[in-house]
Design a protein around this ligand. Structure first.
Ligand code: TXA
Ligand code: MG
Length: 325
């Protein structure tokens, strides 16, 4: 059952309680409705991908109430600080290096060492995040491949029965998603055009003394619009070689199990001993990192069925196992 509540103090409290409980809450922002979950909870974030029926794990934006909260998660650069003071709260997402102590779940950032952060301007989003007190992971609240929702009714039509609550704050102001900018270096790189224009950013940065502030996308290796996360040049791949569909580990392998195939090796990890795909998705990136961190040269992974979230898990595993460039 998906409830829809008009904005009120009690609705915010209820929404915040559901987030704390690992549930999914759609909420309005000034751009589009977001499908929110506790960004620090891998399992809650896995439910976002299941609800959207996403065939791959696209990294998600972590929403917070202030620039200082954002820079607790990602490393503040001079460019990021300037863009934050010029455009936050507002339709701008900054991609930064994940801080080593960043509490955000690995699945939220799809295993990447970069994190996308945004401070939305919408009063309901702010109220929800303030009450909740932790970062909120949220993609647009639409089924995968459909257009982004700008009313609670759009969300209901797309996701009824798959999410727990919709906070109805009326129509979104813009309907256009945030501009996504990699601000982790000394030049801003626009990854997705959106609510804040290239010129507005260039003007703000130049006024602050940055000489050549916006990167020429043809001069960098990342695609301009990373429509799929696997197309990101920086997408995380384990250092170790990866072998798929393994039912038994070789002596030198760290085997990550699933279902009836038990994990073995130093850590003997299992994505989900009970064969639960949501649990497996929640564990995927964290376990790949942990297995890699043992220093093993080889990681083997048990077969994962290809239905439901298994499709996204297998997409990611195939990329992890693909020959390295
Ligand atoms: O306006 C918006 O941005 C809305 C509201 C809800 O905030 N959210 C939204 O999220 O549009 P989504 O998931 O539909 O799009 C997020 C974009 C994707 O293109 C994703 O690849 C990119 O941000 N992104 C997220 N994390 C990233 C990362 N660590 N590195 C590079 N790109 C990232
Ligand atoms: Mg979207």
């Amino acid at each position: 059952m998906t409830d829809c509540l008009a904005l009120s103090k009690s609705a915010i409290a209820r929404a915040s309680g559901l987030l704390a409980d690992g549930q999914l809450v759609a909420f309005p922002t000034e751009t589009v409705y977001g499908l929110g979950a506790d960004a620090t909870n891998d399992r809650a974030v896995a439910r976002i991908f299941a609800a959207k029926d996403r065939p791959a794990f696209n990294p998600l934006i972590s929403h917070v109430t202030s620039a200082s909260a954002a820079f607790d998660l990602g490393v503040e650069t001079p460019i990021a600080a300037l863009l934050a003071s010029a455009f936050w709260p507002g339709p701008l997402t900054l991609v930064l290096d994940r801080r080593p102590d960043c509490p955000v779940a690995r699945l939220t950032t799809a295993g990447l060492d970069k994190i996308a952060v945004r401070v939305p301007a919408h009063a309901a989003a702010q109220a929800l995040m303030t009450h909740f007190g932790k970062p909120v992971a949220a993609p647009s609240a639409n089924p995968s491949g459909r257009i982004s929702p700008s009313t609670a009714d759009h969300v209901m039509r797309g996701l009824a029965g798959k999410i727990d609550l919709i906070l109805d704050g009326g129509p979104c102001e813009s309907g256009l998603e945030s501009t996504v900018v990699d601000a982790s270096t000394d030049q801003a790189l626009i990854l997705r055009p959106g609510g804040i224009t290239r010129n507005a950013m260039a003007d703000a940065l130049k006024a602050a003394g940055f000489a050549d502030p916006i990167a020429d996308p043809t001069a960098v290796t990342q695609p301009v619009q990373p429509v799929a996360p696997g197309q990101l040049a920086s997408h995380y791949a384990p250092r170790a070689a990866v072998r798929l569909n393994a039912t038994k580990a070789a002596a030198d392998e760290e085997l990550i199990g699933f279902g009836s195939v038990a994990g073995s090796g130093r850590l003997a990890l299992s994505l989900s001993a009970s064969g639960d795909l949501i649990e497996a998705a929640a564990n995927l990136f964290a376990m790949l990192h942990r297995a890699d961190d043992t220093g093993t040269a080889k990681i083997a992974i048990a077969p994962v069925p290809d239905h439901g979230l298994g499709e996204a898990i297998n997409d990611r595993l195939r990329r992890a196992a693909a020959p390295r460039r």
